[in-house]
Design a protein around this ligand. Structure first.
Ligand code: PLP
Ligand code: ZN
Length: 463
C-alpha cells in the first residue's frame, strides 16, 4: 500500500486525507500547496536493504507514489533512464562533474512520460476512462501513449503553434487532438471549460498530486545513480515548473529520511521570450507577472506560471539556487554544441537548460568542485532547420553530360529502347500485363514480339 498517509499543508501545517483527483486545497487556509506524506520509515528500511528485486524503472520507488495498490495495475514502464557524465560538452567549458539525466530514454523521449505513467495508473485505479489535458506538446504526447496502452480516451488541447509533428504524434496514439489558435494559457482555459462541460477528468499539471509526485522519481534515480549522494545543482528548463517542483520534493524526502546530507540548489532556466519566472526572480519578487510568449521554443511557452513560481521562489530562498534566461539563438547554439560534443540530439526545450549551464559556468556561478545534474529530454525534430540554417550540407550537382543513374520500371525500359531495336523478348508471368505491354510497344513501333512466362523460358528463347 503506497497511498499517501495524509496530505499536509505547507502554509498552515494542518493535515487532511488524500483524495485522488480532488484538487489539492487546504481545508483550513485554502492554500493549494499540499504535500503527500507516506510511510517513510518503511521505505527507508527498503532502501537500506538496497531495494531488492525492484524494477529498474520509476516503479522502483512506488512506495512514495500516490497509488493504492500498484501491484494490481499494469504499470507503464517509464523512468529508469541513464545518468551520463558529460565527456566533452562540460569539460570544454572547464567543468568535469556535470551529469546528464538522459530522459530521452523514456517511451516518448521526454521526462513527461513519468507524469503520464503515474497519472494514468491513478486514473486506472479510480476507473477514469476519459480524460482531458492541455499541453505545450510533450506532456500531450506522453499522455497519449500511456492512455493508449491503458485504453483511456484522451482529449488533447494544444496551441496550433506546437510543431505539427508533435500534434500528429499524439493523434497517432489515438488521442483526440484539438488545435487552439491561441497561446498556451488560453488553451488551458479552453481545455478546462471543455472538461467541465462534459464532466470529464482534467489533468491539473503542477497542482495535481499524481503529476507532481511522479517527478520525485527523477530525484530518487539521480541520488541512487550517484551512489546515494545528492548533487550540488539540479538544472532544468522550465515552462510551468512542474518538473523542478516534483524533483525538489524527492530530494526533500530523501533529506528528511537522512539518505542524503543536502538538498541540491535548483537552477531554473527559461527562454528569454517566455521568462516570467526569471523576470520576477531578478526583481526580487515572489509573484510572477504573466507574459505573452514570444519564442520559437513553444514547449516552454507557459506565460502565466501562477503559484508554481512562488513555490519555486520559496524553495530557492531556503536551499539556494537561481533562475536564468537564455535566448532562442543561445539555446540553438547549445543544441548544436551538445550534439557535436556528446553525440546527443536533444530538443530545443532541453538545449535551453544546457545554454543555461553554459552561461552559469561562464559567469562562475557554479564552482569547479560542484556536482551538477542537467535534465535532458526530447528528440530534435522538427526544428533542425532553425538550428542548422541553410548551410548544413554541401550539394554536389552532376553536370548534364554525365550518364544518369539507371531508372527502373516499364516506362524507363520503354524509353531505353533505341532506334535499332526490332525484336523484343517479353518475360512476364501475368498474361494480362503481357498483353498491356505488347499494346504499349505496338503503339510505338512494329516490334517482333516474343513472350516467355518466366526467366528460364525467356533464357531458352533468347538462346
Ligand atoms: C523537454 C521539456 N523541458 C522542460 C519542460 C518544462 O516543463 P515544466 O516547466 O512543466 O516542468 C517541458 C514541458 O513540456 C519539456 O517538454
Ligand atoms: Zn493550510
Amino acid at each position: 500500500m503506497a497511498k499517501p498517509d495524509y496530505l499536509q499543508c505547507t502554509t498552515c501545517g494542518k493535515q487532511q486525507p488524500y483524495e485522488p483527483f480532488v484538487p489539492a486545497l487546504c481545508k483550513h487556509c485554502a492554500s493549494q500547496w499540499l504535500e503527500a506524506h507516506y510511510d517513510y520509515e518503511a521505505f527507508k528500511r527498503e532502501v537500506l536493504r538496497r531495494l531488492p528485486s525492484r524494477p529498474s524503472n520509476m516503479w522502483r520507488y512506488q512506495d512514495v507514489l500516490p497509488l493504492n495498490d500498484p501491484s494490481a495495475l499494469d504499470l507503464y514502464p517509464a523512468g529508469g533512464t541513464p545518468l551520463w557524465l558529460s565527456q566533452r560538452f562540460a569539460p570544454g567549458l572547464g567543468h568535469d562533474h556535470v551529469y546528464i539525466k538522459d530522459e530521452r530514454y523514456g517511451p516518448t523521449s521526454s521526462f513527461k512520460d513519468r507524469q503520464a505513467a503515474v497519472a494514468v495508473a491513478a486514473m486506472n485505479e479510480n476507473n477514469i476512462r476519459e480524460s482531458v489535458i492541455a499541453s505545450t506538446g510533450n506532456a500531450a504526447v506522453a499522455y497519449a501513449a500511456a492512455c493508449a496502452r491503458a485504453g483511456i480516451k484522451l482529449w488533447v488541447f494544444m496551441t496550433s503553434l506546437v510543431p505539427q509533428e508533435k500534434l500528429r504524434e499524439a493523434a497517432l496514439f489515438g488521442a483526440e487532438v484539438i488545435r487552439v489558435s491561441g497561446n498556451y494559457d488560453q488553451t488551458k482555459q479552453i481545455a478546462a471549460q471543455f472538461a467541465q462541460r462534459r464532466n470529464l477528468h482534467l489533468d491539473r499539471g503542477a497542482s495535481s498530486v499524481p503529476a507532481r509526485e511522479s517527478m520525485k522519481t527523477i530525484a530518487y534515480e539521480i541520488v541512487e545513480q550517484l551512489g546515494w549522494r545528492a548533487p550540488d545543482w539540479y538544472i532544468q528548463s522550465v515552462s510551468g515548473g512542474l518538473g523542478p517542483l516534483g524533483v525538489y520534493q524527492g530530494f526533500k524526502e530523501m533529506h528528511q529520511m537522512g539518505l542524503i546530507n543536502k538538498i541540491p540548489k535548483l537552477a531554473i532556466i527559461q527562454v528569454e521570450g517566455c521568462s516570467p519566472m526569471v523576470r520576477a526572480f531578478k526583481a526580487g519578487r515572489d509573484v510572477a507577472e504573466p507574459v505573452i510568449p514570444d519564442t520559437r521554443i513553444i514547449i516552454l511557452s507557459t506565460g502565466d506560471p501562477g503559484k508554481s513560481y512562488t513555490y519555486l521562489w520559496n524553495i530557492i530562498q531556503a536551499h539556494g539556487g537561481t533562475m536564468e534566461s537564455v535566448t532562442d539563438a543561445e539555446a540553438f547554439a547549445a543544441m548544436r554544441a551538445l550534439a557535436k560534443s556528446e553525440g546527443m540530439a536533444v530538443e530545443p526545450a532541453t538545449s535551453v537548460a544546457f545554454a543555461g549551464l553554459e552561461k552559469m559556468l561562464k559567469e562562475k556561478k557554479i564552482s569547479s568542485d560542484e556536482t551538477v545534474v542537467v535534465n535532458c529530454t526530447g528528440h530534435t525534430f522538427p526544428v533542425e532547420k532553425h538550428v542548422l540554417g541553410d548551410q548544413w550540407a554541401v550539394d554536389v550537382h552532376l553536370s548534364t553530360d554525365q550518364t544518369p543513374a539507371p531508372r527502373e520500371g516499364l516506362q524507363a525500359a520503354l524509353e531505353n529502347l533505341d532506334e535499332k531495336t526490332t525484336s523484343v523478348l517479353l518475360i512476364d508471368d501475368n498474361a494480362d500485363d503481357a498483353l498491356l505491354i505488347r499494346r504499349l510497344l505496338g503503339s510505338r513501333k512494329n516490334y517482333r514480339m516474343h513472350h516467355a512466362k518466366d526467366g528460364w523460358e525467356g533464357l531458352a528463347m533468347a538462346r
